[in-house]
Design a binder for this molecule. Structure first.
Ligand SMILES: *Cc1c(COP(=O)(O)O)cnc(C)c1O
Length: 400
């Protein structure tokens, strides 16, 4: 093999997601200091396309690092992996039939290390932090992100500090302690935890890996988009339904679709992106419905789906843009609807989803009823996590 065709990262730089201003990726950058907006990673996709052919994918390792050319880690020795990604995209035949649908699919992220798709984002972020020699990490988290950061930090031999609202699921609190993280419970919301984590970062020289405030968690989550297309033999589904908190996943999947077009994997076709939020915490849906570009903080956020309990998202405009450009929509569901859907997904398909995953099924039912989704369309539901992380809230909700 000549050097030219070697499989390696083709990252070139970071780019401000609002102004387009470029910036190097060799230093630990966070938000653009000029406008407070996230950076996104950019690649030489023409060079990546030389090795990242559709044919070559079949022989690659079954985890998210199979997309090495479009991942941000330059030296493979810095990759911190627990086998995240390449999760099943399951044909949901029984559930589909129950709904009168012919092509319903569930991407089951609950089988990831640490029980949620947060493993993807944190594998990418912790690996890049290692590459940038940032060995002390901190993060505010509503739950699953903290567990994932703690696990990957443990695997990399790094220090992890976690700031979590004290009503976070007990499983997340326990796993952080088990992984050896420094767990700090905060009497307040995720936004309060974010402020305290930011102060700790300043004071003790910690690297804050809050989502979209550092650019690489989105790179991990974008691999869901690559996988969906690869698993559909390089076809694009009609609709993707995504349970949205900070929105990193929807931003990542949307970015992956553009990259795949430039790689020659797909054409200009796109799925309609559906953003689902909880009725008790819906800043992005509110902004979308008002026709706004940015979202106001949502007062008194309340939902049992901890991953969607995010009252203010720094990437708000990126989520809203993806939904609009794709011709998709944004809507809310209630906690009761989510719990009913958890039971339906479990009893029809043998997938025991997180309440967030349940929310995607509740949204699908509403959109089938309103006619916004047709029964013969190919729809992908993202089950973003495992119910096992939520037994403390699901037990009572299911009558136990
Ligand atoms: C974090 C989380 C979400 C929300 O993900 P974003 O990409 O931040 O919007 C959804 N579901 C689960 C299970 C989560 O942990």
């Amino acid at each position: 093999m000549s050097q030219r065709t070697e499989i390696r990262s083709h990252i070139t730089h970071l780019e401000c997601s609002l102004s387009g201003e470029p910036c190097g990726h060799e230093l630990p950058h966070r938000l653009n200091p000029k406008n407070g907006k996230p950076y996104l990673a950019r690649y030489d996709l023409a060079a990546a396309a030389e090795t990242m052919t559709k044919e070559s994918m079949a022989e690659r390792e079954p985890n998210m690092w199979r997309y090495r050319e479009v991942m941000p880690v330059v030296d493979p020795a810095n990759i911190v992996t627990l086998g995240e990604g390449f999760t099943p995209l399951r044909q949901a035949g029984r559930l589909g039939k129950h709904l009168g649908m012919s092509d319903l699919l569930i991407k089951d992220e609950g089988v990831n290390p640490t029980g949620s798709f947060k493993a993807r984002g944190l594998s990418a972020a912790v690996s890049k932090a290692l590459e940038l020699k940032q060995m002390k990490l901190t993060m505010p988290s509503a739950g699953n992100a903290a567990g994932a950061m703690s696990a990957y930090a443990a695997a990399a031999g790094m220090e992890a500090h976690v700031y979590m609202p004290k009503d976070a699921p007990i499983a997340n609190q326990i796993e952080c302690v088990a992984y050896g993280a420094d767990l700090n419970l905060v009497d307040g919301f995720i936004t309060d935890a974010g402020r305290i984590s930011g102060e700790a970062a300043e004071e003790h020289g910690l690297f804050d890996v809050s989502t979209l405030k550092e650019p690489y968690r989105a790179e991990g989550k974008k691999t869901m988009g690559y996988e969906i297309v690869e698993q559909l033999r390089f076809e694009v589904p009609d609709v993707v339904i995504y349970p949205t908190g900070g929105g990193t996943g929807i931003v990542g999947i949307w970015k992956a679709l553009d990259e795949m077009e430039q790689l020659g994997w797909i054409g200009s076709e796109r799925p309609r992106m559906v953003c689902v939020q909880a009725e008790g915490c819906a800043p992005l849906v509110t902004a979308y419905n008002k026709g706004e570009e940015f979202a106001d903080p949502f007062p008194n956020p309340k939902t049992l789906a901890a991953g969607m309990r995010v009252p203010a998202a720094v990437g708000d405009f990126l989520v809203i843009r993806a939904v609009r450009e794709s011709g998709g929509t944004a809507l809310t569901v209630t906690d009761d609807q989510m719990v009913d859907s958890v039971r339906d997904m479990a009893s029809f398909e043998g997938i025991f989803p997180a309440p967030e995953g349940g929310a995607t099924l509740s949204a699908l039912q509403l959109l089938l009823d309103s006619g916004e989704i047709g029964k013969d369309e190919r729809v992908v539901l993202l089950n973003t996590g495992s119910a096992v992380k939520y037994l403390d809230v699901l037990g009572p909700a299911l009558g136990l």
